[in-house]
Design a protein around this ligand. Structure first.
Ligand code: ZN
Length: 414
């Protein structure tokens, strides 16, 4: 391409962007430092970069207005506060590419000895469980608290992984938040966030969990910013800067909307899925910080490890739990190519953790079978559940995860 053609092409790209939404940063974020990508120069070929973007991170051309792939480099729009483009140079070919500068080593099933695995029990639990909407209860039976069940499963996984030779660390080890920030200091950010979402009649507080105007209140939004954004960002900081594991496992139990927490709705459905970071929407990529984090995640090459390990863990969980795959009815997730249980979806945790991250979502807590098993509590060995001998739901979950990681993959051998 002649110099003139390059200039006119770049100009055309600028004009194309002229009509798009003003670039901005997501709530509680700052304009990002694009020099974070400098260390990834010439670490990826054009072909791999384009394929990762097209098939996993930004399918259907949603990043086209923001990322332009030329022959030797990609031009990534930096944003409103910092005009222009970040130029990422590609490696000429696979043999000439520079080493990807990451702190982790990919883990393969059967190769756990000496490898560091971080466990991230989802949510907070304890006195925060009601606020984070991960608590429900029927009559006099004990409440179902996702954060506390996730920590119990994590403790079981830790014990077994350590026995298999791995070094295990916890992103959260108590039913308490990691972030020192509390909702009451987030009212300004919450008001801004509600305005950003286009909420018209913003209310200061809400009455209780059933208040229909709850989601329009500064109180509810500041709580959400606390347990969702501030807490996850604190966990990401600890994970990336202190723990620095080779792999992170985010442990969750799934649920369907249950309505009132003291009069929950039960569903017939019960299912399993795992999430790998990907499938960004245009509405997410428009944020400068999210765009940079997506590119950084892509360049870290965590994707192949995330896909491979998610698949073996999914197969193991499917065998143990006998759960069918979940099907997303919404467009914010797509199935990973060739998988039944693994989906691509952009979550804050699986985006911010700078090491391969597995995100597990087995069991629907407000399904009656699951609920009954949760009420049976933890026990050793098996007990009859609807005529079938089964482990406690917590042992079943933990054992399936560890077995998948412990077992050397036979598929590799032929
Ligand atoms: Zn969860």
């Amino acid at each position: 391409m002649s110099e003139r053609k390059v200039i006119s092409a770049i100009l055309g790209f600028f004009l194309l962007l002229g009509g798009t939404a003003a670039a901005r940063v997501s709530v509680m974020s700052r304009p990002p430092d694009w020099s974070r990508l400098d260390r990834f120069q010439k670490t990826i070929t054009r072909e791999t970069f384009a394929r990762f973007l097209r098939d996993y991170y930004a399918p259907n051309g949603v990043a086209e207005d923001f990322i332009r792939i030329d022959s030797g480099h990609a031009l990534i729009r930096k944003g409103a506060r910092e005009e222009g483009f970040y130029q990422l140079d590609f490696a000429e070919n696979e043999t000439l590419k520079r080493e990807v500068p990451v702190l982790w080593q990919p883990i393969k099933p059967g190769g756990l000895i000496g490898r560091k695995i971080a466990l991230d029990p989802g949510h907070i639990g304890g006195e925060w469980a009601k606020m984070e909407e991960r608590w429900f209860k029927i009559g006099d039976s004990p409440p179902v608290i996702e954060g506390e069940m996730a920590l119990l499963v994590a403790e079981k996984i830790a014990k077994r992984l350590r026995a298999a030779g791995a070094i295990v660390v916890f992103v959260r080890e108590k039913n308490e938040p990691l972030t020192p920030i509390r909702p009451k200091v987030l009212t300004e950010e919450a008001t801004e966030s509600l305005r950003d979402k286009g909420v018209q009649d913003i209310q200061p507080t809400y009455l209780d969990a059933n208040d229909p105007n709850k989601q329009k209140s500064v109180q509810w939004e500041s709580e959400r910013l606390f347990y969702r954004l501030s807490e996850i960002r604190a966990r990401a900081k600890r994970n990336n800067e202190v723990l620095k594991p080779d792999l992170t496992i985010c442990i969750h139990f799934n649920a369907e909307a249950w309505g009132e927490p003291t009069l929950p709705t039960f569903v017939e459905r019960n299912h399993l899925h795992l999430l790998v970071n990907g499938q960004y929407s245009r509405e997410e990529i428009v944020y400068d910080d999210v765009r940079l984090e997506m590119i950084e995640k892509l360049l870290s090459h965590s994707l192949p490890t995330e896909l491979a390990l998610s698949e073996v863990v999914a197969q193991s969980l499917a065998r143990a739990t006998r759960l069918p795959p979940f099907e997303y009815p919404t467009k914010n997730a797509i199935k990973a190519p060739g998988s039944k249980y693994v989906w691509l979806r952009n979550l804050l945790a699986n985006r911010l953790y700078r090491n391969p991250t597995l995100y597990l979502e087995p069991y629907v807590m407000n399904n009656l079978d699951t609920f009954d098993r949760i009420q049976m509590g933890d026990y050793e060995g098996t007990r009859s559940v609807r005529g079938v001998d089964r482990k406690s739901i917590f042992n079943e979950y933990a054992d399936a995860v560890v077995e998948a990681l412990e077992r050397a993959e036979s598929k590799d051998e032929h």
